[in-house]
Design a protein around this ligand. Sequence first.
Ligand code: TMP
Ligand code: MG
Length: 208
Amino acid sequence: MMKRGAIIVFEGIDRCGKSTQVQLLHDVLQKSRSVELMRFPNRQTPIGQKINSYLTDKAVQLDDHVIHLLFSANRWEARNQMLETIQSGKSIIVDRYAYSGVSFSAAKGLDLDWCKDPDRGLPAPDVVIYLQLSIEEAQKRGNYGEERYETVEFQRKVKDLYENKMKDPSWKVVNASQKPEDLHNDIRSIVESVIQDVEHTPLNTLTI
Ligand code: TMP
Ligand code: MG
């Protein structure tokens, strides 16, 4: 039987070190395995360009429900490519996914179930690696405030919403306040075993 790839999702508050770790993991795994990197929002597509303008330009106004649906649509437009990649045996490392969608929109006060609905049915991650970091430490890492959502009060709400999901069996919480090399080692051992464990299992769809 053909081996399938794994979907490995990374989540965390802004400035938790996620993008650095995702890149490092990709560069290291690439030497021995078939992997690719995806990032949401994908700012390259027409929908992604609209999202980017909303995030970077505070003068751009969009209803909270509308931007939520655009973030979700930006994942749906990647769905076929994700399925093809997984079925070809390649694993995907994903920088943010539906849990960002739910946590950031629900932090604005939108109904939690309403926030979950649009993403139901997307390919489900085989593991969600949550980089846990205190708001105080994230804030010290600098450049806070460059994009929409990067305020301490808002990130606190996002963090609480994420952490309601932490008991889910597919979630692995890692300590993001460690040295980057140590964090990378923790992440790598989780990922190596997930890739092996799921090779012959069917891919699920997201229920959130
Ligand atoms: P980034 O910093 O990882 O590029 O993500 C940009 C911002 O968009 C970040 O503050 C998280 C937020 N976001 C959402 O609000 N909803 C989503 O669905 C995603 C993927 C990100
Ligand atoms: Mg950011």
